[in-house]
Ligand binder design. Structure first.
Ligand SMILES: [Zn+2]
Length: 217
């Protein structure tokens, strides 16, 4: 998929980009979808361990991940061509833009920009093939659920969570749940990795905190 060799990986897993003890690869499910998901990722995301688009692409059987913005990026606008291709974009009106979403015909391709909110806006203007696409809003721009980044004024939903909302709409709740659970797992591994403790120890600490809070009432 990638046309260039990653830089010095420095103990990172080459697939999931977590450091080896926190590798997620064995936990990634295989999720078959009819919709072809196309993730166009800002190249600055490509080497971040917190990038969730990478994980979504590992799980989805019908998914293309392209990087955009660097000279050696593998961006290919022809992948965005097709009969029924939509750009997933947060609704800036505060509410999802898909009124009767059950009646919305299943698209051939759904394109998602894997970037910060500001980068995504710029990318959607700079890329002719993306700019032309009709937009589909499945979630409000104000929805703040990305538990890894949580920066104000940033793209507020993780890419994998946004894709899960589309999978929920077009492929069913069970498949969406698999993606949501994978992201939960990523958050756990990421936080444990940042603290250099095992996932088991981190989970035990969370459990202790929970008991502590309940006992304090
Ligand atoms: Zn891995």
């Amino acid at each position: 998929m990638r046309s260039y060799t990653p830089r010095d990986m420095n103990g990172l897993c080459r697939q999931c980009f977590m450091r080896e003890p926190w590798c997620l690869c064995e936990l990634v499910p295989r999720i078959e979808t009819e919709v072809h998901f196309v993730i166009v990722r800002n190249f600055k995301e490509a080497y971040k361990t917190s990038n969730s688009g990478r994980l979504a692409a590992m799980a989805l059987s019908n998914c293309t991940l392209m990087d955009f913005g660097a000279v050696d990026s593998n961006y290919n606008p022809s992948v965005l061509e097709g009969e029924s291709v939509w750009l997933m974009y947060p609704s800036t009106g505060g509410a999802p833009g898909l009124g009767g979403k059950e009646e919305f015909p299943k698209p051939d391709k759904l394109v998602i920009l894997d970037a910060t909110w500001r980068q995504a806006r710029r990318m959607s203007q700079r890329m002719e093939a993306v700019r032309m696409l009709p937009r589909l809003s499945l979630w409000p721009a104000s929805m703040e659920t990305d538990r890894i980044r949580q920066k104000p004024h940033d793209w507020t939903m993780a890419t994998i969570e946004a894709i899960a909302r589309a999978v929920e709409t077009f492929e069913g709740a069970e498949k969406a749940k698999q993606l949501d659970e994978l992201f939960e797992r990523m958050v756990l591994h990421y936080r444990a990795m940042k603290r250099s403790i095992s996932v088991e120890r981190y989970l035990a600490e969370l459990e202790r905190e929970k008991v502590g809070t309940e006992g304090g009432d």
